[in-house]
Every structure is written in structure tokens, then in C-alpha cells.
Write a protein that binds this ligand. Sequence first.
Ligand code: ASP
Length: 385
Amino acid sequence: MMDSFQKNLLNYGRKAIFYPISTQENPNIVMKTKLILSIFFGVLLWSCSQNTENQEVKTTPTKQADFALAIHGGAGTILKENMTPEQDAAYRAKLKEALDAGYAVLESGCTALDAVVSAVMVMEDSPLFNAGKGAVFTNEGKNEMDAAIMNGIDRNAGAVAGLTKVKNPITAARAVMENSPHVFMTGAGAEQFAEEQNLEFVSPDYFYTDFRFEQLEKIRETEKTELDHSSLLEMELGDPFFKDRKFGTVGAVALDKNGNIAAATSTGGMTNKRYGRVGDVPIIGAGTYADNETCAVSATGHGEYFIRNVVGHEIASLIRYGRKSLSEAADEVVMKQLVEMGGSGGIISIDRNGNIAMPFNSEGMYRGYRKAGEEAKTFIYKDEN
Ligand code: ASP
């Protein structure tokens, strides 16, 4: 639809075209008419392009964009000297598998939402990460999982906390978003809903791994909790076991062919958590956030700090109001604001132009990305990029 400014221009142009009075006799008039016509069409073009730009900000573009996705498998004290070549290879292979799963979904023309769920499910099914199978244990020796998903098109979101029997918690988060009027469900209610949605259930034993249980026993022995920060730091410095401490949450962000972005995150939380503790992951705006106009973010790290800093939304706000680029905004929050508070961890993020930023302030972060037409790239340590 043309606005009145464009209509006036068009009328003026018609006049200029249909009434070139006695131009043949007067070369000056010919030149002037040509000049007016070129200005007219120039301004008309400019005016249309302005309108198009405005529309793109407000609506879903129909143009096919390049697609891309990024994932993480947790941040923490991940040092090369503490990893065997076999462990290193196993993590990279699983990260690649998750990236390739998400990529295939995007390549086939499906949504960013479908892609982040596919990538996250691969990592939930792997005992290498603290999500789904391999989730950490609570103080009572249970696995209680949290997950969230958000769609950048309309900022619709779904989240669950304290799940003990749903095989892939990210599917429950998606069901909350798509099939309920709510955003966040917890515990027994969330599982009742998941059952009604016919999601896959497993026995709580399914999530058990020796490695995670030993982690809990080690912490229990010392009667310390991970919420006791100074004692934890002492343990980390003095005990080689804790040198390997990491946050193994998994997450994905993606941009699809239609220019829409989405984020998904899934976690077992933090080892030895108590009293129904819920971390940042299922809190929309903290560990998980997506908005087409700014960015999609998935976080991993010490959840309490990510909640207090509203990390995902803070990054989006720095883009929206602070006019920062994605990487400037992500660095500002992860490398400055969180560091100043003492919050360890990192994030992955993407915007609708396919820019990706993955800063972390810990020793390492399992991470990777894959862009349209490119191979998957995976990274673990600080000095890789
Ligand atoms: N952010 C998660 C939490 O605090 C932990 C993690 O990233 O592994 O629950």
C-alpha cells in the first residue's frame, strides 16, 4: 500500500511524464524535465525502501535467509590437561552430532524452534552432559530437571522445572509453550501435563550415571553445598576432583531460512541442590531468551548469578536500547557484569543476521556452531576459536 507521500510523488511524476510541453523546441526544458524525472524516481525508490525496512522490523520476513545454529554443552573448569584424548574426542563427536541434527532440520526448511529441540535432544540423550541422561543429583540423590524454550517470532515461551520422569525435558517445555495457556510449570503438575501430552516417560533410574553420583557423594562427604561459594572455592583449589568441576547444561540457538530465531536450554541444575532449588535455565529472560528483533540466548553457569543478572534479557536490552552489536552486548554481560558479581559461566547467542557470539568467563565451554553451506565447528577450551 502506498502512503499519501508516495501517491503525491506518483501524481507529480505522471504530470511530468504526460505534459512535457513543447520540449522538442527547447533543449533547456528537456534537460530540466529529465532532471525532475530522475529526482522523482530516485525519491520514490528511496521512499519505498524506507517502508520495506520498517516492515522488516515489525513482521516476519518472507525472504529466505541464510540459516545457522550454535550449541553449548556447559561451561566450567574445563582444562586440556584434565581431559584424556578419548574424552576430548567423545565430547567433540557428540557436539558435532547435535549440530548436524539441528542443521539437517534447518536445511530442510523447518523452523528454528524444531532445530533447537533436535539439537538439545541429542545432548539430553547423552550421559556426557548435565541434562536428561547424566543429569546431576540433588542432595536427596534424585535427578530433577529444568528446561525452557522460546520462539523469537512472537516471544512465546514454555518452561518446566523439577521433572523426574520425562525422558526429554525440552519436549515438555515445548508442549507447555504450544499446548497450554501457561509459560512455566513445575514438579508433579508439569509431569501430569506432560503425561496428558503423551510425552515419553522413563523410570527415574534412567537418568542415573556413576560419574554424577560420585560427584554428589564427594560433595556430601565434605558436607558442603555448591551454594556455599567460599567453601566451594577452597575445595576447587585443594582437590583435583573439583578441578574438573563444570556446568554441563545444554542449549541451542538457531536462525531458520525464514529469518526467525529460537532458543532452548535443558539442565539437571547444580549438584547437591536442595529445597526445590530452580536455576536460571527455565527462567525466561535469565538462562533462555529469544526475540527476532534482538537475539536468541541460551546460558550455562552458576544459575543464581544468571537469574540476578537476567542475562538473556540484559543482552537483548543492550542491543535494543544500547544499540550494541550482538558480540558487544554478550561480552558486556558475560565478561563484565557477571565477572564483577562473581558469576561463572557463558552463553551462546545468535541474531537474525546470522551473527553468533559465544563468550564465557570460565576456563572452557563445550560449544560449536554450523552455518549454511559450512561444516560443523566444535570448541572446548579457551584458546580455540
Ligand atoms: N545454569 C545451570 C543451573 O544453575 C547449571 C549449568 O549451567 O550447568 O541450574
